[in-house]
Design a binder for this molecule. Structure first.
Ligand SMILES: O=C(O)CCC(=O)C(=O)O
Ligand SMILES: [Fe+2]
Length: 356
């Protein structure tokens, strides 16, 4: 049985909001979705070869090993906080099946999707999160949030049974993603010069959850946002765009850049907890999702964080004469704070900085 003290998703609350996929059928759009302050047009698209592309095979396969690739991985984590991972070893069938089952779930009639709706006061299930007031601006999206690891945190009431393969598909996908993430931790330790055992200890009882995002098209796409600017409040995220519609933008040098997702690549990003653990060496970057006028967009973000009792403190090798740059906080307290706010850039992380 899930226990309250170990389940990160039980640390959050959110008010319930209308179903956006339904709202998208009508011509009337409520003011609550309009973001007059936001210019959703990206300044530039990031070409595939601009956003760092890291080849996992060149980092793991002894016959292909390329030391420069490790340097590039480190640079991507330090300067971009985002990269695309290719040759990650997850079979194409697994990726395609995952995309397929997600699409099928969101195609179901509302009533069927609502069978796994979030319960009042909970964030696991189908609905939306980070909504704390009736006045707050809303994101143009519906989400499905599920705990994956540790498996005792799984609440099967919220796992779709239609399509019938959904549960197995998600389980297979998430386990494979978890393995890729474990490899990345090892490589990051090597890049950072951190004792690999310390990295392993932090993530030994790693927690994993998913947020599946469904962004309906919107006739006034330029006036709404699919996902408000935020950095991820965990250690590492793996994002898979589930259809061929781009919409992820990342903030670099104060400009919003559109990420063009490579087919079958995984988009990896550093989260707030990794920024804290690396004493600011690796950057958790603000990002957001924009909406398309004609086409829906789907993505699945898989979040990884240490067991919530772990204290987030920089690895000793990364603390220089300036000392630790962030307050020491448990993963549990950080998660609680993150969920207590609305999504607002890097606010949660900023509040952890010892020097501004
Ligand atoms: O849909 C996307 O591209 C972004 C998703 C995301 O940032 C998230 O779920 O945290
Ligand atoms: Fe995110």
């Amino acid at each position: 049985m899930s226990s309250k003290s170990t389940n990160p998703l039980e640390l959050g609350r959110s008010l319930s909001v209308p179903n956006v996929q339904e709202l998208a059928q009508s011509d009337q759009i409520s003011e609550r979705y309009f973001r007059p302050e936001v210019d959703v047009a990206p300044v530039a698209s990031i070409d595939e070869d601009e956003l760092p592309v890291i080849d996992l095979m060149k980092l793991l396969n002894p016959e292909l090993i390329d030391k420069d690739e490790l340097f590039r991985l480190g640079l991507a984590c330090k300067e971009w906080g985002f990269f695309q991972l290719i040759n990650h070893g997850i079979p194409e069938e697994v990726i395609e099946k995952t995309k397929d089952d997600i699409k099928k779930f969101f195609k179901l009639p509302l009533k069927e999707k609502e069978a796994i709706k979030q319960l009042p006061g909970h964030i696991e299930g189908y609905g939306q999160i980070f909504v704390h007031s009736e006045e707050q601006k809303l994101d143009w999206a519906d989400v499905l949030i599920l705990n994956i690891q540790p498996s005792q945190n799984r609440d099967m009431r919220f796992w779709p049974t239609n399509p019938t393969t959904f549960r197995d598909t998600l389980d297979t996908y998430a386990i494979k993603i978890g393995k890729v993430v474990d490899c990345l931790y090892g490589l990051m330790a090597e890049d950072l010069g951190v004792d690999p055992q310390d990295m392993l200890n932090i993530f030994r009882d790693q927690m994993q959850s998913v947020r599946i995002n469904y962004y309906p098209p919107c006739k006034q796409a330029k006036k709404v946002l699919g996902l408000s600017p935020h950095s991820d409040g965990i250690a590492l995220t793996v994002l898979l765009q589930a259809n061929d519609v781009n919409g992820l933008q990342i903030k670099k040098n104060d400009k919003w850049l559109l990420v063009k997702s490579k087919p079958n690549a995984l988009i990896i990003n550093i989260g707030d907890m990794m920024e804290i653990l690396t004493n600011g060496k690796y950057k958790s970057i603000e990002h957001r999702a924009i909406i398309n006028m004609e086409e829906e967009r789907l993505s699945i973000a898989t979040f990884h964080l240490p067991s919530i009792d772990v204290l987030l403190r920089p690895f000793p090798e990364l603390v220089n004469s300036d000392g630790e740059l962030y307050k020491t906080i448990s993963a549990k307290e950080y998660t609680r704070e993150y969920f207590a706010g609305k999504l607002n850039g890097k606010n949660a992380l900023e509040s952890m900085k010892l020097r501004k």
